[in-house]
Design a protein around this ligand. Structure first.
Ligand SMILES: Cc1ncc(COP(=O)(O)O)c(C=O)c1O
Length: 490
């Protein structure tokens, strides 16, 4: 069967993603029916005049998400039963009025760039033992303390707290408290006037892309890297340039190779590269800053979980080394407090603060004030520091337990990355099984883990998994690894 799929080599979306999107639409719209056989990768590649690797990447992604099924020595088929959440999600074109409606909706270029690939919800691994990453231990959060501070402010009945704020930058005492914290703990060079309170890192990234990125502008990102950032820049129509990551962090040299293109911005996670956990070396940091200065590009430093460092001295933020105002720094309270708080911050070079404050006003005027008042007290009265200290020791212990259990069960079949910091590890398993098989075998034992493959823009490697440990008790970690070993080692 021939597939008339239009692929655009000039699109910002890589070919394998375009192909993936086309097949997903065919499946969801019923044009490809359950159990229908797909052409072989060789046949499809030749009929569409693209490489076989592109087709393989597309098929692998669809298999990992449950749209397709590979049957050994028979071929690739549409799954008989699609995963529930896929059936509930509405394909974009279904959001448009039906033929009978008088007016067809056409999306803006931003709206049109929101494909089924753009996240719709934050998926949970609802399994008895889930190595979910990025999840702090919510049971350990001092909710009583938070409640007392909340009621203190509610009792005061401060009208200002309930009114529109006079500026969109955020509550000044909170910005001052964050500035003190960043100068002291992260060696960030800043004062309160450079800080903008936002609704988590995600809004910080959204503002960065709105303010700085036009369609077709070049944005370089770590590969593998954070999907939250990839999607924001893609939605803005940016051209993405993947930068490889090695044991010293992002390979800055690769940026020089792209110098014929106009790269306007580089997004990096230097303290704890997501997801590999590698720390960007000092020489690479200096190289990156020198590159940005020379080509007049900006660097976005996402310092999402740097508070959790277990080895050596704290590594100062990249922003602290910047002499030329090239770094925009992003921090969040999602990991050190709790994600639903939705409070993060941007530290921007002084020349950019006004435009960011205007963009924030247009987006949502300001972040909620009550939470900002409470958070200010939480920081100034020492609760934040105490909580971080407690969590650091708890997570360190959990990480040690995970490493020990992995080495005990998998021996030389496992390579562990990112032990020096954070709330997750990346592991390389030497196994002949595909990632999908690993995940489904683990799930059958009640253990959830995530393949790292979807975080790659290019060269997707198999056998790499992300294991979050912050929200698991030591006994759960040990039991989970044991079950993984039973599921994976014959
Ligand atoms: C690299 C990275 N940045 C930022 C965040 C946090 O985002 P937010 O502040 O929007 O909750 C995460 C969450 O997992 C992350 O992995």
């Amino acid at each position: 069967m021939e597939f008339a799929i239009a692929l655009d080599p000039k699109s910002n979306l890589p070919l394998h993603r375009q192909l993936y999107e086309a097949f997903r639409q065919l499946i969801l719209s019923g044009q490809l029916s359950p159990k229908q056989r797909l052409p072989s990768t060789r046949a499809l590649a030749s009929s569409l005049a693209i490489s076989r690797t592109t087709v393989t990447q597309c098929y692998e992604q669809l298999i990992s998400e449950g749209y397709l099924q590979a049957v050994r020595s028979s071929g690739t088929f549409v799954c008989a039963q699609l995963p529930d959440d896929l059936l509930h999600s509405v394909p974009l074109q279904e959001l448009q009025p039906s033929q009978s409606s008088s007016k067809a909706l056409s999306f803006s270029s931003y709206g049109a760039s929101l494909t089924n690939d753009t996240p719709l919800h934050s998926p949970r691994l609802e399994l008895p033992i889930s190595f979910r990453y990025g999840q702090p231990d919510l049971d350990a959060f001092p909710l009583n303390q938070w409640r007392q501070l909340l009621s203190r402010h509610c009792r005061k009945r401060d009208r200002l707290m309930l009114d529109y704020a006079t500026d969109s930058l955020g509550h000044l005492p909170l910005r001052e408290a964050i500035a003190r914290y960043l100068v002291q703990s992260r060696a960030v060079q800043c004062n309160a006037d450079q800080i903008l309170i936002v609704s988590g890192s995600q809004q910080a990234l959204d503002l960065v892309s709105r303010v700085l990125i036009d369609r077709s502008d070049g944005v370089a990102l770590e590969d593998p890297g954070y999907l939250g950032a990839q999607h924001i820049f893609l939605a803005q129509g940016a051209r993405l340039y993947p930068l490889p990551v090695d044991s010293s962090g992002v390979v800055v040299e690769a940026l020089w190779k792209e110098s014929s293109h106009r790269i306007k911005l580089v997004y990096v996670t230097p303290s704890h590269q997501f997801p590999t956990g590698v720390v960007l070396s000092l020489s690479r940091r200096l190289e990156l800053l020198a590159w940005a200065e020379q080509v007049e590009a900006l660097i976005v430093e996402d310092d999402y979980d740097s508070e959790y460092r277990y080895e050596g001295r704290p590594i100062p933020a990249l922003q602290g080394l910047d002499q030329t105002g090239s770094v925009i720094y992003i921090g969040t309270f999602s990991k050190v407090l709790f994600p639903s708080l939705r409070v993060g911050y941007l530290v921007v070079p002084p020349k950019l603060i006004e435009v960011f404050a205007r963009a924030k006003w247009l987006t949502d005027r300001q972040s909620p004030l009550l939470e900002q008042y409470v958070l200010t007290d939480f920081i100034n009265e020492g609760h934040l520091e105490r909580h971080i200290r407690r969590m650091r020791s708890l997570y360190n212990q959990r990480q040690k337990t995970l490493v020990k259990a992995l080495l005990h069960s998998f021996g030389d079949q496992v390579t562990i990355l990112g032990e020096s910091a954070g709330m997750h590890l990346m592991v390389r398993l030497s196994t002949p099984m595909s990632d999908e098989v690993v995940i489904s075998r683990a799930a059958a034992m009640g253990v959830g883990l995530v393949s790292a493959r979807r975080y790659y823009l290019e060269n997707r490697y198999s056998g790499e998994f992300i294991l979050g440990y912050a929200d698991l008790r030591e006994s759960e970690i040990e039991a989970g690894v044991k079950m993984l070993a039973t599921a994976l080692i014959n």
